[in-house]
Design a protein around this ligand. Structure first.
Ligand code: NDP
Length: 286
């Protein structure tokens, strides 16, 4: 009897520009190998003017789905057939999923953050201070609101951007949101249970950069989360841990959004520890 060969791999990937330093392929393909899936995740540079052709190409080649990163998270929406609820609220898609012959846009950034946080605490009823009002902050705050956080204080350097996010949260979700312009050292109010850095402060190579926060206002028992994936142990994470806080690093969000993407595309729940180890191996060497 002759053996039946199958050299056709299922395709997924990431469209962005610049994209060369995006490490998602390393963790996703580690999961594919670990689970014996003959799938690929390609890192593909797509210029803004070529996005429509790239999405058409992905359809033509039968991609199971793909991530979108800067600058395509908003621009991809008109090229899709449908957009999930939270991605519609955020106005941004970072994960496209093929369902039949439709491309559906989802946002896994905030969902990944929430699953990392849920390993430490319930979110319902919690009071949150969130630094930042960009794409990461928007994704995180919408998912925290949908998970029934009680209150979110958005602290941002540019007041207009913070106000825009707070208006969205107050008008479209049940959370009580307020904005504080970030001037000088911020004092985290007593009663805060979760503190999140969703700014770019601390990202490699500026690893010594410090968030303007009065660290004496960070109290033992608070949960402190950072979105910065590189380095995973940021200055904020280290200092908060020294003060008796429980911490979540940026790999928590990155790995968990990857887990959710793989679930959408393949239907299996991948081993998050395998994915995290694959990322740690590259970041520890950087
Ligand atoms: P944006 O450019 O959309 O937003 C950046 C935010 O950081 C803004 O709120 C900006 O404030 C603030 N900020 C930047 N520099 C400073 C500074 N020196 N002082 C005060 N505030 C500052 O970026 P994103 O939201 O897309 O990304 C933010 C970070 O999140 C990045 O480092 C990215 O690596 C990380 N990220 C991590 C993910 C993960 O899976 N771990 C996923 C997505 C993002 P202002 O409005 O005043 O400019």
């Amino acid at each position: 009897m002759s053996k039946v060969w199958n050299f056709k791999q299922e395709l997924t990937g990431c469209f962005g520009k610049p994209v060369a330093e995006n490490p998602t392929q390393v963790m996703v393909e580690a999961a594919y190998r670990h689970h014996g899936l003959n799938w690929r995740y390609l890192t593909i540079e797509v210029a803004p003017a070529d996005l429509a052709d790239a999405v058409r190409g992905a359809r033509a080649m039968g991609f199971a789905g793909f991530n979108c990163t800067i600058p395509h998270k908003v621009a991809v929406i008109p090229h899709l057939d449908e957009v999930g609820d939270s991605a519609r609220l955020m106005g941004a898609v970072n994960c496209v999923v093929r369902k039949g012959n439709q491309f559906v846009g989802e946002n896994t950034d905030g969902k990944g953050f929430v699953s990392a946080l849920q390993t430490l605490t319930e979110i319902s009823g919690r009071r949150v201070v969130l630094f930042g009002a960009g794409g990461a902050a928007r994704a995180i705050s919408v998912e925290l609101a949908l998970a029934r956080a009680a209150a979110i204080t958005v602290v941002n350097r540019t007041l207009d951007r913070g106000s825009e996010l707070v208006n969205l949260l107050n008008s479209r979700t049940g959370v009580g949101a307020s904005v504080v312009p970030w001037r000088g050292e911020f004092n985290v109010p007593e009663g805060t249970e979760i503190v999140v850095n969703a700014t770019a402060i601390g990202l490699f190579p500026d690893v010594h950069a410090r968030l303007p926060i009065n660290m004496d206002s960070i109290r033992p028992g608070m949960i402190v989360a950072d979105v910065i994936p590189n380095p995973p142990r940021t200055r904020l994470v280290r200092e908060a841990e020294q003060r008796g806080c429980r911490v979540i690093d940026g790999l928590g969000m990155l790995v968990n959004q990857g887990v959710i993407g793989i679930q959408y595309w393949t239907g299996i729940t991948p081993d998050a520890a395998v994915m995290r180890r694959a990322l740690e191996a590259i970041f520890n060497g950087s």
